[in-house]
Design a protein around this ligand. Structure first.
Ligand code: HEM
Length: 447
């Protein structure tokens, strides 16, 4: 009896799996993952994890846009909504360009050394969002580029969260218990966040913040006297709220800016058009001097806006969106959804589908966004352009994000030509935020 059990375990089961593998290979030379007994599609997902976004695009192309994955998936990530902080973010932005971005770029230019532009953008957005949310500027964007654990912890978190979506829940939970792999990184990242945020939350609670308005104070006021449903009480709630807003505001805009500068570096004609627009619309040709511009003037920069939309179409910072039906439903493709089904929308793939964006979908063409008379941006429905999400949970920071990105991009393009360092590898990182995997090493030249 025991021999039979061993035979079954070591010979029969592997043979069945191997036969299954062979038949599936013969039947289809396809990108679609094999649905294995027991482990479902997990092996294909793990095997393709190193290029998960392009892999998802190939599979979706092959099967007409919707594909059912058999395996354990779960949703995560939530951000909170607060309207007031947009105006405060704007004034913070001018200050950061003047005291952080320009001096740092000027230093790299004068030294003639190359540097990671993605890192500069991440520091810029980190400082700005900390100022707005926590009334504290950590000054991570300065010539020394200091190591700030909380700022770097963001990168570890976005990578580890993708891992949680791909490996079975029992595996990452075991890793968490044993404090190993990506889960170890997450534990360390949370420690860094706590050490950074809690002291600021405490000084806010003691009324020690400098400015009249900051998001932490506004949020505390808004919930004063209300019953708080939170396992950790008010202090934890404020920590979580701050964290969510920092996530929403830091990685999205820095990622979009990174890809914009890569796209215009490989399409230099676009940079010339953007520069021409900046000089004409902001009247810089006459003044021959850089000056800051407000949100209203920002709206005149249509070609730059279109270039940013192209960057978001081809490299949406949130490459995946997770949805769950509130009741059983049927997708237009005929797939049946149960209450427990998780739907993953590959936002990255939507932007690269011929059926959605036409045969030139892989080309960088800001022109596709410009209305026939060149006066504005054409409206694309959010289900065609889901970079800011679709439906009621759409991004609340969209307008603010464009103001921020236009200011940063215009400041750089007006002063410098950005050249990618020869041979620097550029590909998307495997994380829930589509950063550039190896950063973006650049050198600045005079315009
Ligand atoms: C290029 C820049 C940005 C992109 C592509 C973007 C994208 C998104 C997406 C996809 C969501 C939905 C997330 C989900 O529920 O699954 C979202 C929500 C949100 N975003 Fe943005 N975002 C950007 C910039 C910003 C900025 C600068 C802020 C301001 C700090 C911001 C604040 C928010 C907030 C508060 C929500 C939550 C909305 C809600 O749940 O009702 N976003 N964003």
């Amino acid at each position: 009896m025991a021999i039979l059990q061993y035979l079954e375990f070591f010979v029969i089961i592997p043979c069945i799996i191997y036969l299954f593998y062979l038949t599936s290979r013969i039947k289809k030379k396809s990108w679609q993952p094999t649905n294995w007994p027991v482990v479902g599609m997990l092996p294909a997902l793990l095997q393709n994890m190193y290029h998960i976004h392009d892999y998802a695009t190939q599979v979706l192309r092959e099967c007409g846009g919707t594909y059912e994955i058999k395996g354990p998936w779960r949703a995560t990530l939530s951000v909170l909504n607060h309207a007031k902080f947009y105006s405060f973010l704007e004034s913070t932005l001018w200050h950061k360009v003047e005291t952080g971005l320009l001096p740092v770029l000027d230093y790299f230019f004068k030294q003639g050394i190359d540097f990671d532009l993605q890192d500069v953008f991440q520091r810029f957005t980190f400082d700005s969002i900390c100022q707005v949310v926590l009334d504290y500027d950590p000054s991570s964007l300065c010539i020394d580029l200091p190591y700030i654990p909380c700022e770097k912890a963001f990168n570890d978190v976005v990578e580890a969260l993708l891992h949680r979506h791909i490996v079975p829940e029992c595996i990452w939970k075991l890793q968490k218990l044993l404090k190993i792999g990506n889960e170890k990184k997450l534990i360390e990242a949370w420690k860094a966040f706590d050490e950074f945020i809690y002291p600021l939350v405490d000084s806010s609670n003691r009324g020690e913040l400098k400015n009249d308005f900051n998001l932490l104070r506004a949020f505390t006021k808004a919930i004063e006297g209300k019953t708080i449903v939170s396992s950790g009480g008010l202090r934890d709630l404020l920590r979580d709220t701050s964290m969510s807003l920092m996530f929403a505001g830091r990685d999205t805009t820095s990622t979009c800016l990174t890809w914009l500068f890569w796209l215009i570096a490989v399409n230099p004609w676009a940079e010339i058009k953007i520069l021409e627009e900046i000089e004409t619309k902001l009247l810089l040709k006459e003044e021959k001097k850089w000056r800051y511009f407000n949100a209203q003037e920002c709206s005149k920069l249509i070609y730059l806006h279109a270039a940013l939309c192209e960057s978001l179409r081809l490299f949406p910072p949130g490459a995946f969106e997770y949805k769950a039906p509130i009741q059983p439903d049927i997708l237009p493709s005929g797939h049946h959804l149960h209450e427990s089904t998780k739907v993953i929308v590959s936002v990255y793939s939507v932007g690269r589908m011929e059926t959605v964006w036409g045969n030139d979908c892989l080309e960088f063409k800001p022109e596709r966004w410009i209305s026939p008379h060149g006066r504005g941006i054409t409206h694309e429905p959010s289900y065609k352009f889901p970079a800011f999400n679709v439906g009621p949970r759409t991004c609340l920071g969209k307008e603010m994000a464009f103001i921020q990105m236009k200011n940063v991009a215009a400041t750089i393009i007006y002063h410098y030509t950005v050249q990618i360092v020869k041979g620097h590898p550029v590909s998307p990182r495997d994380s829930i935020v589509l950063q550039a995997k190896h950063g973006l090493r650049v050198r600045l030249l005079m315009v």
